[in-house]
Design a protein around this ligand. Structure first.
Ligand code: OSB
Ligand code: MG
Length: 368
């Protein structure tokens, strides 16, 4: 087996305004920070993207923390390491607790590099087969007018799966009208924990709208409440925030705390663990789809590779590059047509950095 070492590491922090603010009960996101990681050896470079947010409004990790942990702990370990496979990284990082999004960004870059060295697309190396991936867009809304406009727009843009942000205050008649207007579309509802301590009479009405699934009604550690609702509801329940590790995915299955896993690779610590979650879910016939983090094309390309696995059973948060961004940081913008996004058949993740665009967003750099 071929051994390799990482010879060069580059990290860049970027900050990019969103085309339209992402407004939910949890947070108004107007700008997105990210860390783009490059790992090189010989003449090959692998790419990763850290999906932590600027502040801890969604997960504990933040961009500042991730940068610090990568620079002072993860990268020094990485530079000492010798690899035969990206899975070797687990051992080198095992004495560094948590910080899964920081670890995932590095692991992504290592997987991309590994696949490029073998001259093979990443999705293939992960055991994936499909290259046309079901796309999906998310709709945030303040008024009924905005809800209707955004759903119409999504249909015009070719999406066949639309995830609508909901809360107990959402207008149920308007939601029902929108869902009935497009009987061929898949509608998901994402509650982002807003139904914690919601009166049952309101909650029950959300079971009659016609959503394909109801995502994360309660807080991330409210396993028993989710389990009870899964028993009571006709609409399948999905868990997003609750799934922070492979063990959480197992817990969902063993407890039947929900019917479906929303897999965010950064949150569970990377590509290898994500592939394990997908395999486990398939064995136990639980639905899985890839969740989005308002990310750039690097993270999206990694998620697409995972979505090519057979165990991924529902369309993920795969919106086109031009949905959130005026200009994505990749040279091959990801597009949606007839409800699908296509994996680019090239070694690794198949996409490359647009250096001009990246440099215009860059505000901090570290090299080693
Ligand atoms: O709950 O799925 C979520 C974005 C940021 C943080 C959490 C969530 C979301 C989304 C958008 O719903 C997903 C996307 O990037 O398309
Ligand atoms: Mg969600």
């Amino acid at each position: 087996m071929e051994l390799f070492k990482i010879e060069h590491v580059k990290m860049r922090k970027i900050i990019v305004p969103l085309k339209n603010p992402f407004q939910t009960k949890l947070q108004h996101v107007q700008e997105r920070e990210a860390i783009i990681v490059e790992l090189s050896t010989g003449d090959q470079t692998g790419l990763g993207e850290c999906v932590a947010f600027t502040t801890p409004w969604y997960t504990e990790e933040t961009i500042k923390m991730a940068w610090f942990v990568m620079k002072h702990y993860l990268i020094p370990e990485l530079l000492k390491a010798t690899f035969t496979h990206p899975d070797d990284l687990t051992n080198y990082f095992s004495h560094i607790k948590g910080n899964r999004m920081a670890k995932a960004a590095i692991e992504q870059a290592l997987w991309d590099l590994y696949a490029k060295r073998q001259q093979r697309p990443l999705y293939e190396m992960l055991g994936g087969s499909r290259t046309a991936i079901d796309a999906g867009v998310v709709v945030t809304w303040q008024t009924v007018e905005e809800l209707k406009q955004k759903v119409d727009r999504a249909v015009e843009d070719g999406y066949t799966r639309v995830k609508i942000k909901v809360s107990p205050q959402s207008d149920i008649e308007a939601l029902t009208e929108v869902v009935q207007k497009y009987p061929d579309l898949l509608f998901f509802a994402d509650a982002n924990s807003t139904f914690t301590s919601c009166p049952p009479v309101i909650l029950e009405r959300f079971d009659t709208i016609g959503f394909r699934l109801f995502e994360q009604p309660f807080r991330e550690d409210d396993w028993l409440d989710h389990q009870r609702l899964t028993e009571q509801f006709t609409t399948p329940i999905a868990l997003d925030e609750s799934i922070r590790s492979y063990a959480d995915a197992k817990r969902l299955v063993r407890m039947h705390a929900a019917d479906c896993i929303v897999l965010k690779p950064g949150r569970v610590g990377g590509t290898s663990r994500s592939a394990n979650v997908i395999r486990f879910a398939k064995e136990h016939e639980v639905d899985v789809w890839l969740g989005g983090m308002i990310e750039f094309g690097i993270s999206k390309a990694h998620n697409l590779a995972l979505a090519s696995l057979e165990g991924v059973t529902l369309p993920g948060d795969f919106s086109a590059s031009n949905h959130f961004w005026e200009q994505d940081i990749i040279r091959e913008p990801l597009t949606v047509a007839e409800g699908k996004m296509h994996i680019i058949e090239a070694p690794g993740i198949g996409v490359t950095l647009n250096e001009d665009v990246l440099r215009s967003y860059e505000y901090k750099r570290f090299e080693s």
